[in-house]
Design a protein around this ligand. Structure first.
Ligand code: MG
Length: 378
C-alpha cells in the first residue's frame, strides 16, 4: 500500500461529525462513513434508479447502484496511486448519487420545475443538495440523530456544487462556496471518477441498446483511436468484444492521464497538508488534450444519446409522471402516506419533493398507477 501523502485527508484529523460520537475502535472514521452509506436505505434504492435508461428496459444497463460502484472503483484506484485517502474517496463516491430522483436528470429537472411553479417559496430541488439532505436528515436508522451523521469531509465531498444562496444556509459545508476554495483532493478525485465512469458506460449502454452505432462513434477521436488499434491487433475479433476492449482502454487512458497530470500538479503546488491543498486551485485534473477529447465525447453523447428520440420519449413520460404526482399531492396532501404530511405549506412541498425523490423508477410508475388508474391496488 502506498504511504499516505502529506496532502491526503487524515481520518484522525477529521473536522468531525454534527453530533459528536466516540471514535470507532476497529476502523477509521471514513471507513465508518462508508459502511453507514452502504447500509442506508437510499443506497439500496439506487439499484432501481437509472441514469439514461429506465430500470426495467434491460438487465444489462447501468443503474445508479452499478454506476456508483464503478465510480468508487475508479476513485479508489486513483486515490491509492496518488497516496490520497482511499476510504474517504470511496465513501464520497458511493454516496454521490444518493439524492437522485427516479428517471435520471429528467426526473430532477421536472421536480425542480414543479417546486418553482407550484411552491415558489420552498426553494426548488437540486439532486446534489438532496444527496446531502439524505445523509444529513432523511435516513432514519440511528437512535440519537436523523441522517447518517457523517464526517465533515464526506459531507463536503457529496456537495459538489451549490448556489451562493444555498451555501449561506448550509453552515460548514457551504463555506467553501463563499470563500471560493476547493474541497479535499479526495472529493475532487471522486468527482472526476464520476465523469470517467458515466462517459464510458453511456457509450457501452448506448451501443448495447442500439441507440448508438460503432460507425457514429468512429467520429469521436477518444473512441476511434482505441477501436482502430483493437481491430488492427485483433482482426478477427467480434464487434461486441472489440467495443468492450475499446472502452477498457479508454477508461485506462483516462485513469493514467489523471494520475500523471494530478501528480505533476501536486508536485508543483506542493501543498504542505490537506488544508493547504484546499487553498490551491483544482489539482485533480485531466491534461489539456484529454480534457478536450473528453469534451468532444460529452458533446457527442448529448446530441446522439441523451437527445435520441427514443430517450426523449422516455424522458417525456418520466416528466409527466413526476409532474402529475407532484401537482396532485400538493393540491391534495391527504393522498400522501401520513409520514409525508406537514402542517406548513413550505414544509409540505419539501416533504412531497423528498417523497418523490426517494422513489425508484418502478415505485414512481406504480404510485402513478395507484393514484390515476381505477382498479389498481391502493
Ligand atoms: Mg454520478
Amino acid at each position: 500500500m502506498t504511504t499516505p501523502a502529506v496532502y491526503a485527508s487524515r481520518s484522525d484529523q477529521t473536522r468531525g461529525r454534527r453530533y459528536p460520537e466516540p471514535s470507532p475502535r476497529n476502523r477509521s472514521e471514513f471507513q465508518r462513513d462508508r459502511d453507514r452509506i452502504v447500509h442506508a436505505g437510499a443506497f439500496r434504492r439506487l439499484e432501481y434508479k437509472t441514469q439514461v435508461f429506465i430500470n426495467h428496459e434491460g438487465d444489462l444497463f447501468r443503474t445508479r447502484l452499478t454506476h456508483s460502484l464503478e465510480v468508487a472503483q475508479i476513485a479508489r484506484v486513483l486515490a491509492r496511486s496518488l497516496g490520497l485517502n482511499e476510504d474517504l474517496t470511496e465513501a464520497i463516491a458511493l454516496a454521490h448519487d444518493l439524492g437522485h430522483t427516479p428517471f435520471g436528470h429528467a426526473g430532477q429537472d421536472e421536480l425542480n420545475a414543479c417546486m418553482h411553479e407550484l411552491a415558489p417559496d420552498a426553494g426548488g430541488f437540486e439532486h446534489n443538495l438532496q444527496s446531502l439532505r439524505v445523509v444529513d436528515e432523511l435516513e432514519e436508522r440511528y437512535a440519537p440523530f436523523n441522517g447518517l451523521n457523517l464526517c465533515f469531509e464526506t459531507r463536503e465531498g457529496i456537495l459538489k456544487h451549490c448556489s451562493l444562496a444555498h451555501a449561506l444556509l448550509l453552515g460548514d459545508v457551504g463555506e467553501r462556496f463563499i470563500a471560493r476554495t476547493q474541497p479535499s483532493l479526495e472529493a475532487q478525485l471522486a468527482n472526476l471518477a464520476d465523469e470517467i465512469a458515466y462517459n464510458n458506460h453511456d457509450i457501452d449502454d448506448g451501443l448495447r441498446s442500439g441507440l448508438l452505432s460503432v460507425e457514429q462513434l468512429q467520429g469521436v477521436p477518444a473512441f476511434a483511436r482505441h477501436y482502430d488499434q483493437v481491430i488492427q491487433e485483433w482482426p478477427a475479433i467480434a464487434q461486441r468484444r472489440a467495443v468492450s476492449e475499446t472502452i477498457r482502454r479508454m477508461i485506462n487512458t483516462l485513469i493514467m492521464d489523471v494520475t500523471v497530470t494530478t501528480a505533476s500538479n501536486l508536485a508543483s503546488a506542493a501543498p504542505a497538508n490537506a488544508e493547504a491543498a484546499r487553498l490551491c486551485g483544482p489539482l485533480v485534473a485531466f491534461s489539456d488534450e484529454i480534457r478536450a477529447e473528453a469534451n468532444v465525447l460529452k458533446k457527442f453523447l448529448f446530441e446522439n444519446l441523451y437527445r435520441h428520440y427514443k430517450v426523449m420519449r422516455m424522458t417525456n413520460k418520466a416528466r409527466r409522471i413526476v409532474r402529475e404526482l407532484f401537482s396532485t399531492f400538493i393540491q391534495e396532501p391527504r393522498l400522501l402516506p401520513p409520514d409525508y404530511r406537514r402542517d406548513d405549506d413550505q414544509a409540505q412541498a419539501r416533504a412531497i419533493a423528498d417523497y418523490i425523490a426517494g422513489m425508484t423508477d418502478r415505485y414512481a410508475i406504480r404510485e402513478h398507477h395507484r393514484i390515476f388508474q381505477m382498479g389498481d391496488q391502493l
